[in-house]
Design a protein around this ligand. Structure first.
Ligand SMILES: C[S@@+](CC[C@H](N)C(=O)[O-])C[C@H]1O[C@@H](n2cnc3c(N)ncnc32)[C@H](O)[C@@H]1O
Ligand code: SF4
Length: 369
């Protein structure tokens, strides 16, 4: 049982903050999807039960919908896709059309994740997005009108020249939309991006970002979006199965340039250069850039790191059954964090206390040292 991630490394324009694997040259589109489908068929395994499929980017909605639909057909021919599988396509508002979404829906797509980022048009321009907030609202409505009711919107916290008030205007505007899920990410400004090189922008300091984050968690809760992971909030029953799989350590197959996969014993990442990926598939060799067999220690480390991202945290019984050692033996510092209230224990689960979750990285450093 597991999931499949398909990377679509094309975007109409690079956003000022982005360092994801994607390019604006769309000329390789046809060749790329032919390689993607060949890759899927080369891994065919009718015993692999697929519970979720995620087309991520880049911008999957920037390519012709037929490529997404053909890729889904190839997946169905090669694996056992559960009738209840969650199938998500990441979309950018400017490339959402009724025709495209209807084609996705007819192919079995049942979840759309839209990058809205902000409700402030000046900010959207500054970060080089190709859409206004009005266009983002229209896109959500188009998706819902086409019959896809499970909709996520991505929102960025800490955007250039935005303060607390600006962020909450975006949050409230987004939460009013007919969506079931909100992902809220704190902006990372990478030095090599347009934003990283731009002078004169003013950013919230880290303490302000943390304080706005906690207030946002509370507001989202009041609006019916419950936190189930550091950056993810959902209406009841609408958490993202695909991402839950990553955090729970289930297997996933990574298809496409730069995509990662996990077999239960090995983690791998495919070549991120598009041409190199296509060539490897043509030569019928594994397109790996990176292939890392995992030891039991690695797996325990990941179980802690990923488990504590989730509100539910780590199940002590499952941890001990899986690894033959208790969480307290593996991480003696857990006891200290339970004493000082950073961690909490309820029945069999250990999790990070709500108002400490933004400190997760520091906590993990001490726990896993
Ligand atoms: C991989 S992107 C693809 C989604 C889609 N292309 C879009 O931009 O709307 C997924 C999400 O990652 C987030 N993201 C991208 N760059 C980021 C950064 N530098 N810091 C924090 N979040 C980022 C954005 O919210 C974006 O919607
Ligand atoms: S559209 Fe999405 S993936 Fe593409 S550059 Fe912008 S943030 Fe990155």
């Amino acid at each position: 049982m597991g999931s499949i991630y398909v990377h679509v490394p094309f975007c109409k324009q690079r956003c000022a903050y982005c360092d994801f694997c994607s390019q604006t040259d769309m000329t390789l589109e046809k060749e790329y999807f032919s390689a993607v489908q060949k890759h899927i068929k080369s891994l065919a395994d009718s015993t692999f039960l697929v519970e979720s499929i995620f087309f991520g980017g880049g911008t999957p909605s920037s390519v012709d919908a037929k490529y997404i639909c053909q890729t889904l057909d190839a997946i169905r021919e090669s694996f056992c896709v559960s009738p209840n599988a969650e199938i998500t396509v990441e979309c950018n508002p400017e490339s959402v059309t009724k025709e495209k979404v209807c084609a996705y829906k007819a192919s079995g797509v049942n979840r759309i994740s839209l990058g809205v980022q902000s409700a402030n048009d000046k900010t959207l321009q500054k970060i080089m997005r190709l859409h206004s907030f009005e266009k983002a609202k229209e896109a959500v409505q188009t998706v819902v009108n086409c019959g896809i009711k499970n909709v996520n919107v991505d929102l960025l916290l800490g955007l250039p020249d935005e303060g607390e008030k600006d962020f909450f205007q975006s949050l409230f505007a987004v939460a009013k939309l007919p969506v079931t899920h909100v992902s809220m990410y704190a902006l990372e400004v990478y030095p090599h991006t347009v934003l990283g090189k731009k002078k004169g922008c003013v950013y919230m300091d880290d303490d302000t970002v943390a304080s706005v984050y906690y207030k946002a968690v509370e507001q989202l809760k009041k609006l019916g979006f419950l936190q189930y992971e550091v950056s993810n909030f959902a209406k009841v029953g609408c958490s993202c199965k695909h991402n839950e799989g990553y955090w729970k350590g289930t297997k996933y197959i990574g298809i496409g340039a730069g995509a990662s996969g996990y077999t239960g014993k090995v983690r791998y990442t495919n070549l991120s250069d598009l041409k190199a990926y296509v060539e490897a598939i043509e030569r019928e060799v594994h397109p790996f850039d990176y292939f890392d067999p995992l030891t039991k220690d690695d797996l325990m480390y990941e179980a802690v790191m990923l488990g504590l991202r989730r509100r539910e945290g780590i199940n002590l019984v499952e941890f001990e059954e899986k690894f033959g050692i208790s969480l307290f033996e593996y991480c003696p510092n857990v006891a200290k964090f339970l004493d000082n209230g950073v961690l909490q224990k309820e029945e069999n689960n250990v999790f990070v206390t709500c108002d400490k979750i933004y400190l997760l990285n520091n906590v993990l450093c001490e726990l896993l040292n």
